[in-house]
Design a protein around this ligand. Structure first.
Ligand code: G3P
Length: 205
């Protein structure tokens, strides 16, 4: 189905908009790839001390995952776009964030984008996963640890309530990639050198 391919490519292109870089540029802040963890994501933008920039990054990176999935789920049926296509489009947006065509394929870790995708897949799946992230973040104050734990749980939430479907499979694939992208964070967590949520970074503006 050509529509599936077109929708997935479009989602990938939207996912390729790295809002950490775009928002920072628009607000006259340093490039997030130049300080802290070097990751173009909301957590690292927060290390600049600019909360608004971090919130905007979070919201737009999540929206770029949510929007293509929602559009296909809502309007895709007449074009033969069913659940499998919805799952593929979500993956497309997520992959765009990790390997953005507009930013020399140097993207982020996919946390906010995955959250948007999961919320559009299924609001209950999204909310359960978000709640998991929040609980770990509140107790341990590590954004990365919260993301890793939430990524492990997400496919199980989907399977427990709705059974094994293409949405659960997409959540599992995103989870594996997300955790793999957090390898430097895992090393820092084990070494006790991971920075806590909201800790500012020298060299950021
Ligand atoms: O948003 C990604 C987060 O889980 C980790 O980001 O900058 O601490 O590597 P960072």
């Amino acid at each position: 189905n050509l529509y599936v391919l077109a929708a997935t490519v479009a989602a990938y292109l939207i996912g390729s908009l790295s809002f950490a870089v775009i928002v920072s540029r628009a607000m006259g802040l340093n490039d997030p790839r130049s300080y802290g963890s070097g990751n173009p994501g909301a957590t690292n933008v927060l290390r600049s001390g600019n909360k608004l920039a971090a919130i905007l990054t979070l919201v737009f990176d999540a929206l770029k995952g949510w929007l293509p999935v929602w559009l296909v789920a809502r309007f895709g049926e007449p074009y033969g776009l069913g659940e499998g296509a919805v799952a593929l489009v979500g993956l497309g947006a997520f992959l765009g964030h990790l390997w953005p065509v507009f930013f020399r394929f140097q993207g982020g870790k996919g946390v906010a984008t995955a959250a948007g995708v999961l919320l559009a897949f299924n609001p209950w799946l999204g909310l359960a996963t978000l709640l998991t992230w929040i609980i770990i973040a509140v107790f341990f104050r590590y954004s990365s640890l919260a993301a890793i734990v939430a990524a492990v749980f997400a496919p199980f939430y989907q399977m427990l309530i709705w059974g094994f479907d293409s949405i659960a499979l997409a959540a599992a694939v995103m989870g594996v990639l997300l955790i793999w992208r957090h390898a430097p964070n895992i090393r820092k967590l084990l070494a006790g050198t991971e920075s806590k949520l909201g800790q500012k970074s020298a060299g950021a503006k």
